[in-house]
Write a protein that binds this ligand. Sequence first.
Ligand code: ADP
Ligand code: MG
Length: 223
Amino acid sequence: MIKIDHLVKNYGSFCAVDDISFEIGQGEIVGLLGPNGAGKSTTMNILTGYLSSTFGSVEINGLNILDNPLEAKKLIGYLPEQPPLYPDMTVEEYLNFTYDLKGCTLNREKHIEEICDIVKIKDVFKRLIGNLSKGYRQRVGIAQALVGNPEVIIFDEPTVGLDPKQIIEIRNLIRTLGKKHTVILSTHILQEVQAVCDRIIIINKGKIVADERTENISRVVEN
Ligand code: ADP
Ligand code: MG
């Protein structure tokens, strides 16, 4: 499904991602775990075709993200660290705007309604995004990632800044999405990946230091 091969990203003379390789199979929920500055967002930005890499390649279902960007990106929904929300739009306007931007061909009203059902934002559908709580804004960010029904969904630090109740709700939502999609999320919180992911890839200083099934990870972390 996803194949990352010898990925390197240099910012000037600084190496943020240092020769990272991994593969992710269909239906997996994988967590990229690492401290701030480890290179998680950089890796995700390259994976989604948002940044180019200095070296190495990314393939989504056999499609190289740089050679076939349009087809490859159709397979991916992305929630960046800063969700790309427009505070002056209502949720309804924003999701319709996203639908147009992605050139989605599914039945517009039905598709948007289904997404709002899944992420539980029906009650704020007519509200301005700027007036929503952080928890609701994050749900709207997840909703835009789901437009077009991509096979792969990528979440960068999806629970940062949320209160404990919102964190539990978003984690449950991600687990639900994991039943139908391949999911990659990043976090600096060990409990988060343990709560949500099947597999954990630990990144530190741009390198992979562990890649394990979640049930085996405590052994690695303790050592
Ligand atoms: P993480 O998401 O794991 O916190 P990032 O991928 O955001 O890590 O950053 C990895 C490293 O690269 C950090 O040291 C960060 O300061 C640096 N970095 C990120 N973006 C840039 C940039 N555009 N220019 C220079 N350095 C950057
Ligand atoms: Mg980050």
